[in-house]
Design a protein around this ligand. Structure first.
Ligand code: DX5
Ligand code: ZN
Length: 214
């Protein structure tokens, strides 16, 4: 399977974000993963639509926006306007998940649906026709630099098997604790979009780190 990498900006030097995005481009990384945290759904607060808009003209890289917020509904048009290419919402967030996924597409973005480690992956099945991607979290959302949770790879496998059986071709993303070792496990389970923050941004050579994940 063709693997795409999504570099999580959370681990970057945010004071020099334009240079950091350029490093991703130069390293041949396909997507930039933008973790939006509201301080309610998770403990941290990060950045929002204004930051997305500010960095949009720095690069054509695909903006993969991961919303860790309690109420995503009213934010959908704001992130579309800011320049997000994909918007991933959590199944555990408030609001009508199906309506939110439809609204994401209607706003011209790709739609993603994320599940936390404790949420059974089967719960996404009813929404798959509305999803371009499912994100199976491999850590508890909220912080970068955590250790990969092994049982989450089993969820990826269950989902990929279900998709294959039902003729669904879809991106399956994993996020949290991805490095050259854990990448092998999740790829084997059927993930094809790998988010990595710490491993890519803290590497001496980002291109080499990216190749090791691939
Ligand atoms: C966690 C975030 C992740 C995180 C990944 O809530 O969703 O995207 O930045 O960081 P690493 O790769 O360092 O685990
Ligand atoms: Zn994320």
């Amino acid at each position: 399977m063709n693997v795409k990498l999504s570099a999580s900006m959370l681990a970057s030097d945010l004071s020099a974000i334009a240079d950091e995005i350029k490093r991703c481009d130069d390293a041949g990384i396909e997507w930039l993963h933008i973790d939006v945290m509201d301080g309610v759904f998770v403990d941290n607060i990060t950045y929002g639509n204004n930051v997305v808009a500010a960095i949009r003209n720095k690069s054509d890289i695909f903006f993969d926006t991961h919303l860790m917020v309690t109420d995503p509904t009213r934010l959908i048009p704001l992130f579309a306007k800011a320049g997000s290419d994909m918007l991933t919402i959590h199944l555990e967030s408030n609001g009508n998940t199906a309506e939110n996924l439809k609204a994401i597409r209607e706003n011209g973005m790709k739609s993603g649906l994320a599940v936390k480690p404790g949420t059974p992956v089967e719960e996404v099945y009813p929404y798959l026709p509305l999803c371009d991607m499912v994100l199976v979290m491999t850590v508890e959302p909220g912080y970068g630099g955590q250790g990969f949770i092994p049982y989450c790879a089993d969820k990826v496998k269950v989902l990929r098997d279900y998709c294959d059986k039902n003729g669904i071709t879809m991106d399956i993303q994993v996020d949290g604790g991805i490095n050259s070792d854990t990448a092998a496990i999740v790829k084997d389970a059927g993930a094809n979009v790998l988010v990595a923050g710490t491993y890519l941004f803290k590497a001496k050579d980002m291109r080499e780190a990216a190749e090791l994940i691939r």
